[in-house]
Ligand binder design. Structure first.
Ligand code: MN
Length: 331
């Protein structure tokens, strides 16, 4: 696979590295990191993504040159990163479909669901991040690794593992991290903007949502709500509610946490749910909230005002959770 990938890269002069739509630290860190590596190896590299980079990734070297189009399509290789299907590249795919169907593509990804969209596909679901695969690739191919490349790749690994906390972190992930630190990347540069710095409005929003939380089933079930009025009360914006259901889930004794929100249309309520085993968030959200997701984390949308939606979902959760409680308690 390495040989086949290098066989695509070696004859290429102009390479475009593409990151998936709604970008994150891994797809952008991988695209920029590999661009720095191949640039040092003498290739002309351009990076592109359909959507703008989140502001907290502005520290990544080269992010200012990220394009949102493949301009005149003057590339002899495309490297598609962190997704295995071309439609995941959003408007880059829609606007350059004919070009992407004829140009050679090297696809590098770590999602288990990936079908592979390249002439050569390197898909390794045991990797915590696409950036982890790229570190192995750089090492095996003995390509140059400067500080800028290392910082971008470290961003990919740190964001996809939540700073090496998720269970996808392996010994190999840490070894890849060690390679990047030896090349000069400093974890603080990544962690500070992504995990520590928060707008005051967001912290106030978080405080309000936690302070308004209600519990049931002896604290095993917790939920909270936010509306346009909640946002206005603290001067927050809708994008600031990232991971609120996760915050509620992390409260001691909680087995199921739900965050309900209704910002624009008062007749539409969205919810996100986090469950400990044996509760299945995906099953519950699919059955009662037109949604889905994973067993531990899922979401859905109800065409109801927020109080009615909350009542419906909490009543069902109380039914499920008290049934189980009595099952366990009754010999
Ligand atoms: Mn990833």
């Amino acid at each position: 696979m390495l040989r086949q990938a290098l066989a695509l890269i070696q004859p290429a002069r102009r390479i475009v590295l593409i990151a998936h739509e709604h970008p994150d630290g891994d797809c952008l860190g991988s695209a920029l990191g590999l661009a720095h590596i191949l640039g040092q190896a003498g290739k002309t590299c351009v990076t592109a993504c359909a959507d703008p980079a989140p502001g907290n990734l502005a520290f990544m070297p080269g992010i200012d040159k990220l394009q949102d189009t493949l301009d005149n399509e003057d590339y002899d290789l495309v490297i598609a990163l962190d997704a295995g299907e071309l439609p995941r590249f959003g408007s880059l795919y829609q606007q350059h479909q004919a070009f992407l169907e004829r140009v050679p593509i090297l696809n590098i990804d770590h999602h288990i669901s990936s079908s592979g969209c390249g002439n050569v596909n390197i898909i390794d679901p045991t990797a915590a991040a696409t950036a982890e695969i790229l570190v192995l690739f750089q090492q095996q191919a003995e390509l140059p690794l400067n500080k800028d490349a290392a910082l971008c790749l470290l961003t990919g690994i740190i964001t996809d593992t939540s700073s090496f906390q998720f269970t996808n972190t392996t010994a190999r992930t840490l070894e890849a991290g060690a390679v990047l630190l030896r090349a000069g990347a400093i974890p603080e540069t990544v962690v500070q903007p992504i995990y520590r710095t928060r707008p005051l409005a967001q912290m106030r929003f978080q405080a309000l949502v936690i302070s308004n939380a209600q519990t049931s089933c002896c604290g095993r079930l917790i939920w909270s709500q936010a509306t346009g009025a909640t946002l206005a009360a603290v001067g927050a914006t809708p994008d600031m509610d990232d991971n609120f259901s996760g915050l509620l889930r992390d409260i001691e004794g909680v087995e199921v946490a739900v965050f309900f929100k209704s910002y624009d249309d008062p007749n539409i309520t969205r919810l996100s749910m986090r469950c400990a085993a044996p509760y299945n968030a995906a099953e519950i959200c699919q059955r009662i909230a037109n949604g889905g997701g994973h067993a531990r984390a899922a979401g859905g949308t109800l065409h109801l005002p927020i109080d009615a939606a909350t009542k419906l979902v909490i009543t069902e959760l109380e039914r499920i959770m008290s049934a189980r409680f009595f099952d366990v308690e009754t010999p």
